[in-house]
Design a protein. Structure first.
Lengths: 85, 235
C-alpha cells in the first residue's frame, strides 16, 4: 500500500522561499499567480498486510512525530485509493 | 568537572569547541559519539555546530533520534547542564528540550560573519560571568537561524526571562537592522524553564581567542566552568 504525505507551513508562518518563487515567476511573465507556498511531499510504501485503518494510523503517526514539525508545519495524509486492503 | 562534546555525523564545530574547553578554559573534555547511550560521567554536555545528517528533512530533525539524545534528555531532566550551539540549538528545539523552531533565514541566504548579541540576563549557568546588557561580538554561520514560536510561547519566554541573547547593534540597541535572519523578537538564544538547557545560534567557540578577532564568546564557557566549580564545592 502507498501513502502520500504533504507537509506544509502553517498559514500563520511566513514562507520566504514561496515568496521568492512567486517573485521569480512574476518576473518571467506569469501574471495570474497570486501566491506560492512551498512544502514537502513524501511517498511511503507500507506493509501490504496492514488494513487501511492501520496503515493510516501508522502514516499519521510518522507524519506527526517525524516528517512535520508541529511548531511550524501541518500535514495531510492520502492513502492510495487503488489499495484493496 | 568534565565536559562532553557530542559528535554527530556532520558535526563540524566539535573540534573548535573541544579546543576552547581544553586549551582556553583549561578543563577536562571528551568527545561523545552519537551512538553512545549514556552520558552519566559528564557534568556538562555541549551539542556543537555543524550539519548533522546533512540537514536532511529539517535541521536537527534526524539527530534527535540518535541514541545519545535519549541520554542527553535524561541528563537534562536531572538538571544536567546542556549547551546547544547553532546546529546544537536546532537539535534541542527538534528534540523538544527547547521550545520553538529555527526556520530558513528570512533573506534565504546562508549568513556567515560577526554580529553582536546583547546578554539579556546573567541569571543562567551560561551567562553568570556576564552582566545584563553586555554586548558580545560573535560570529554566526547558518542558513536556518530564523527563530520562530507561537505568541503564547514567546510571551512565556519573555515573562520567565528566558530570552538570554538578542541580536543587537554594537551599542546594544535591539533594532531590525541588527537582526540578521528574521528571528522573532531578535532572539539569538533561549533557555528552558529550569534554566539548565540553553541554545543559541551564534558561535561563542569561534570567538574565544583574540587571534580570531574576538574573545567575547569565551565568557559562556567560563560561566559554565564557574557554575560547575560551585556545584562541586557544594556537594
Amino acid at each position: 500500500m502507498k501513502a502520500r504525505i504533504y507537509v506544509t507551513l502553517k498559514p500563520s508562518v511566513l514562507d520566504p522561499q514561496g515568496k521568492a518563487i512567486h517573485h521569480a515567476v512574476e518576473t518571467i511573465g506569469f501574471r495570474a499567480i497570486q501566491d506560492v507556498r512551498q512544502g514537502k511531499y513524501f511517498e511511503v510504501t507500507l506493509d501490504g498486510a496492514l488494513s487501511r485503518d492501520e496503515a493510516r494510523a501508522e502514516v499519521e503517526r510518522m507524519a506527526r512525530d517525524v516528517l512535520a514539525n508541529p511548531v511550524i508545519e501541518e500535514y495531510r495524509v492520502e492513502l492510495d485509493s487503488n489499495s484493496d486492503a | 568537572m568534565k565536559f562532553g562534546v557530542v559528535v554527530f555525523p556532520g558535526s563540524n564545530c566539535d573540534h573548535d569547541t573541544y579546543h576552547v574547553i581544553s586549551k582556553v578554559i583549561g578543563q577536562p573534555v571528551d568527545f561523545i559519539w552519537h551512538r553512545e547511550s549514556a552520558v552519566g560521567e559528564y557534568d556538562a554536555i555541549i551539542l556543537p555546530g555543524g550539519f548533522s545528517y546533512g540537514d536532511y528533512l529539517r535541521t536537527g530533525a534526524i539527530a534527535r533520534f540518535s541514541p545519545v539524545m535519549g541520554a542527553v534528555k535524561a541528563f537534562a531532566s536531572r538538571g544536567g547542564l546542556v549547551l546547544g550551539i547553532c546546529n546544537g540549538f536546532q537539535i534541542l528545539c527538534e528534540a523538544g528540550l527547547l521550545p520553538g523552531a529555527l526556520m530558513r533565514n528570512a533573506s534565504l541566504k546562508f549568513i556567515c560573519g560577526h554580529i553582536n548579541i546583547r546578554v539579556e540576563t546573567d541569571d543562567t549557568p551560561f551567562t553568570s560571568r556576564c552582566r545584563k546588557g553586555d554586548v558580545l561580538s560573535v560570529p554566526i554561520a547558518h542558513g536556518d537561524g530564523n527563530y520562530f514560536c507561537d505568541s503564547a510561547t514567546l510571551a512565556e519566554l519573555q515573562r520567565e526571562n528566558r530570552v538570554i541573547f538578542r541580536y543587537s547593534d554594537a551599542n546594544g540597541a535591539i533594532t531590525e537592522a541588527a537582526n540578521p535572519n528574521g528571528s522573532l523578537d531578535n532572539i539569538a538564544g533561549i533557555c528552558n524553564r529550569p534554566r539548565n538547557v540553553l541554545g543559541l545560534m551564534p558561535h561563542p567557540e569561534r570567538a574565544s581567542e583574540e587571534l580570531l578577532g574576538s574573545s567575547d564568546g569565551r565568557v559562556v564557557f567560563y560561566s559554565l566552568a564557574d557554575t560547575l566549580a560551585e556545584l562541586a564545592k557544594a556537594s
